[in-house]
Structures are given as C-alpha cells and as structure tokens.
Design a protein around this ligand. Structure first.
Ligand code: NAD
Length: 239
C-alpha cells in the first residue's frame, strides 16, 4: 500500500532557504506535500503555485501538518516551537542565532515532541562529523586543526560548522585549534587536519550550493515523522 505524502509546514517560506525548500519539495510530490507556507508579513497571494500561504500572525490557524520546517529568524522561532508542542508534531529547525533561553525552550520541548535543530543541515557535514570523531579517537596525541573558508561577507569566525566539527574531535579527547579564511564568494569549506610525526590526514567538505541545507532538512523531516519525542542530530537521521 502506498504511504501518503508527509504534510509539511514551511516557516520562513519567502527567504532564500524557504524558497529552496519549496522548490525541492515540489519536485517530490509522491513523498512531500507543503500544506502551509508561512512568512513574516501577510502575503499578496493566499495561494502560490498551489501552496496556501499564511502570515506569521495567522500561524495558529494553519491546517493540520505532520512536520514543521523552520528556517526563519530568532524572532520567529518561539511561535513555531510553541505551535509544534501544542499540536504534538515534530519540528526541524535550522534558524541560527537563537538565544540561550530559546535553546532551553528547545530542550524542554524535546520531552514532548521529536525535534532536530542544527546549525548545518548538510548530510555531508553530518557524515564528516562522524568521521572526525572516529579519527580523533584513533589518533590520540596528534595535532587537530579545523581550517574553514567562507565568503568575505561572513562575519562570525570560526563558523558554527567549524565549532561543531571541533566538538566532534574534542569529544574523543583532542585539543582542537581553529583557523578562518574570508575570501571572495566561497560558499563554505571545512578541513579537519590530523597531523602526526611524518604523516597527515585531511578530511575536507566543500559546499557549492545552498540546496544541500534544504535537501538535508527535507530528509530530516521525512525521518523525524513518527519518532518518539527527543532531540535528534542530523547524523541520527542519516539512513
Ligand atoms: P532570509 O532572510 O532570506 O529569510 C528569512 C525568512 O524568515 C523570510 O521568509 C521571513 O519572512 C521569515 N521571517 C522573518 N521573521 C519572521 C517571523 N517573526 N515569523 C515568521 N517568519 C519570519 O534568510 P535565509 O538565508 O533563508 O536563512 C534563514 C535562517 O536559516 C537564518 O537563521 C540562517 O542563518 C539559517 N540557515 C541555516 C542553515 C542550516 O543548515 N542550519 C543554512 C542556511 C541558513
């Protein structure tokens, strides 16, 4: 018997990530159906390419959905988390810059609903973090450096992803150092370098398109539906 498509609410639908999510979800109608696209302000059209649109102020009136995917801004985060808890449905969020209080609210919500929050939804980075942890555990005493390169507009350094990779190595006991480069239009590159005496291993991830984040979030949304409440990592949802 065919499984019905997962019904999605996309929160932050007019943004760069939101548009990418809508486009990719539209290409998988047999497994995904966007039932609500939510943006900050009231949209000019109520239905765009068959997708019902809502303003943030109308969020409580959104139709029934199976998973919410949130790529908005910190000020939009509390209402979508509250709605998911109230309705008992999973949340996938990639919204960055959330406060410590919002992080705590996320932890509390994990006792009620399944959720994943991540600063990087690329499946490649999820696999890289796993490889880094295993390499660091096997290479005790080696120097571990995370080198990251991004476009010149990126302000924070090291990147959130570099810190996540550093934590993966740190959890295996490594003392990690960081280096950041800001140049041209680089989407994002991360190398974790393990240096011993007379030999070196470099594990590198290169992002060339932001669709990888949207693809990872859609993948996580499909895997999260029907799970027990809890806080999941992207790498917990890989297969
Ligand atoms: P953007 O500025 O292009 O879009 C933001 C969207 O959020 C818009 O649709 C806007 O209408 C909506 N919004 C703003 N305030 C809102 C509110 N109060 N309520 C509801 N909706 C609201 O941003 P973007 O580049 O699409 O990025 C969105 C978020 O995703 C940012 O936090 C960004 O850092 C993050 N991001 C995360 C990853 C990842 O892999 N985790 C990757 C890329 C971007």
């Amino acid at each position: 018997m065919n499984t019905p498509p997962t019904r999605l609410l996309i929160h932050g639908a007019s943004g760069r990530m939101g548009q990418s999510l809508l486009r990719l979800a539209a290409g998988q109608p047999e497994s995904l159906q966007v039932v609500a696209a939510v943006t900050r302000r009231s949209p000019a059209q109520r239905v765009v390419e068959g997708v019902p649109h809502f303003a943030a102020s109308e969020l409580s009136g959104a139709p029934v959905f199976d998973v919410a995917i949130d790529f908005s801004l910190p000020e939009g985060f509390d209402p979508i988390l509250a709605l998911c808890v109230e309705r008992g449905v999973p949340l996938v969020s990639g919204t960055t810059g959330i406060s410590a209080v919002q992080q705590q609210a996320l932890e509390l919500a994990a006792s009620r609903i399944p959720l994943v929050w991540a600063s990087n939804f690329s499946l490649g980075v999820a696999v890289l973090a796993d490889l880094v942890e295993r390499a660091a555990a096997a290479l005790q005493g080696w120097d571990v450096d995370v080198v990251e390169s991004h476009h010149i507009h990126k302000k924070d350094a090291p990147s959130g992803t570099a810190l996540t990779l550093g934590q993966a190595a740190g959890s295996a006991g490594a003392d990690v150092h960081y280096a950041s480069l800001r140049a041209g239009d680089i989407v994002g590159e991360h190398t974790v370098q393990f240096t011993g005496m007379g030999e070196r291993i470099e594990l590198t991830h290169r992002a060339t398109h932001r669709d990888i984040f949207a693809r990872g979030a859609l993948h996580a949304a499909r895997r999260l539906a029907g799970r027990a409440p809890g806080s999941y990592r992207v790498r917990d949802l890989l297969d």
